[in-house]
Design a protein around this ligand. Structure first.
Ligand SMILES: Cc1cc2nc3c(=O)[nH]c(=O)nc-3n(C[C@H](O)[C@H](O)[C@H](O)COP(=O)(O)OP(=O)(O)OC[C@H]3O[C@@H](n4cnc5c(N)ncnc54)[C@H](O)[C@@H]3O)c2cc1C
Length: 424
């Protein structure tokens, strides 16, 4: 990012488009207090920085478990050998330069009554308002046989980093003619088009390097994001290479055995060379410990401010929250973070939050130079975020090569602008 954006700019610009549209909050006359943000990913890092920019008097502490953030968007390109993992990694120096106190320790407990967050080393941080943005945890009980140990043989690669590289190495090591399985979970989960983007890019790798191989997507659902666009692209780019098995055709994985490298469904037992199992997910554990996750494992929030409906003064943003029709995406997390920050400034000043409009766009790369997109605008209606009618849509089903190339460039531009805005 070059220079400091003005307060007016701060909620507005990403990739040349707004992610959240709302009036700027008026600043309160007296010092507003302390905000602790847990989780320094797309949602949390955006929120911490936005709060400080909107009102520098707020004492903002960002609590993050890792000194380096490894981004998931574009990690499928790392898996396909099209990108270096270093292009996914960001530090927190610029955020600290903005006078956000950054603490590299996992948060291990929250006391909503005393309004404190406890860190793993025992430090207690008092807050007036707490923002939880811990992303997702994997549900290890969702696929029988799939454990943390099994994930070392059958990577999920749904949190970017070591798992991403493990899956990459396994693809490199597999023989030409081998079978790759990608198991996709039921909704809701992080990044709805993600498994299909991954299948596309792994297919690209196989087509260009191991053309006798095959890829089967075993799905726990009957429909998926941008389905027509994906399936048309697969027909065009990867004929006979990708097979998608829907839930009703027996696609749900019923068990795995990492020892014998077997993946079971109701009808078939597969022995793939590479098994990428993406299990069901839930809000990151600290949300549960804070008492803001409900029985679904996700966190219900009030959509004007992202304040938990279970505990006052705790806000939940990003993948961890239930954001109505908004998908769990980095773009959405960034938009929610800005709305949440603006609402906190107003609430601390004794005002009501404004009614926001939030934007999400999910860019997907199907092959180098071939992109497809889905976008929508959301607004609160009766306590839920709903899609504004006629606001969005997908890339055209029939489109010339130049359109797909343009969308791939837009995807690139989005990632660079977004990560520049958050970490740069
Ligand atoms: C393969 C793949 C591809 C994707 N592609 C796209 C894409 O193209 N576009 C898009 O918009 N989205 C994409 N996504 C989704 C995107 O990555 C997530 O939606 C986004 O990261 C959510 O942001 P978040 O801040 O909620 O969580 P994260 O970005 O995961 O951040 C959570 C942070 O919280 C920290 N944390 C968790 N618990 C604690 C704790 N107790 N104490 C301290 N720190 C803690 C973690 O270390 C982490 O840094 C993709 C995801 C995957 C898996």
């Amino acid at each position: 990012m070059t220079g400091s954006p003005s307060r007016r700019d701060v909620l507005m610009t990403v990739a040349g488009a707004a992610t959240a549209l709302m009036p700027m909050p008026a600043l309160a006359q007296n010092a507003p207090g302390r905000v602790v943000v847990v989780g320094g990913g797309f949602a949390g890092a955006t929120c911490a920085r936005t709060l400080k920019r909107l009102d520098p008097r707020i004492a903002v502490t960002l609590v993050e478990a890792n000194q380096i953030f490894t981004a998931c968007p574009f990690s499928n390109e790392v898996i396909a050998g099209l990108r270096d993992i270093k292009a996914q990694q960001f530090d927190y120096k610029k955020i600290a330069d903005d006078k956000v106190a950054v603490s590299f320790e996992p948060a291990t407990a929250v006391d909503p009554q005393a309004r404190t967050v406890t860190l793993s080393g025992g430090t207690r941080l008092p807050y007036d308002r707490l923002v939880l943005a811990p992303g997702v945890d994997l549900r290890w009980d969702s696929v029988p046989g799939y454990t943390e140990a099994a994930a070392e043989r059958m990577p999920h690669a749904w949190k970017a980093g070591a798992q991403t590289l493990l899956l990459r190495r396994q693809l490199e090591a597999m023989p030409d003619g081998g079978l790759v399985i990608i198991a996709a979970p039921a909704n809701p989960y992080r990044c709805p088009p993600g498994p299909y983007e991954r299948a596309s890019l792994v297919a690209y790798y196989l087509k260009t390097r191991k053309p006798k191989s095959k890829l089967i997507i075993l799905d726990a659902k009957d429909a998926f994001s941008k389905q027509r666009l994906f399936q048309n692209a697969w027909k065009e780019l990867y004929p006979d290479l990708i097979e998608w098995v829907s839930l009703s055709s027996g696609g749900k994985v019923t068990a795995v055995d990492a020892g014998s490298m077997t993946v079971m469904t109701d009808f078939t037992k597969y022995t793939p060379a590479v098994a990428n199992i993406v299990p069901a997910q839930k809000a990151g554990r600290i949300a549960d410990l804070a008492g803001v996750a409900d029985r679904t494992g996700w966190c219900p929030v009030e959509p004007l401010s992202f304040e938990s409906t279970l505990h006052p003064n705790i806000h939940v943003i990003g993948d961890a929250c239930i954001a109505g029709a908004m998908p769990k995406a980095g773009f959405a997390a960034n938009a929610q973070a800005k709305v949440c920050a603006a609402a906190i400034v107003r609430l601390m000043g004794g005002q009501k939050p404004d009614e926001p409009r939030l934007i999400n766009t999910c860019y997907t790369t199907v092959a180098p130079g071939y992109g497809i997109t889905v976008a929508a605008v959301y607004r609160p209606v009766n306590g839920q975020l709903v899609e504004v009618q006629g606001s969005g849509g997908t890339s055209p089903v029939e489109a010339p090569k130049a359109t797909r190339e343009q969308e791939a460039k837009l995807a690139d531009g989005w990632f660079n602008t977004m990560t520049g805005e958050i970490f740069g």
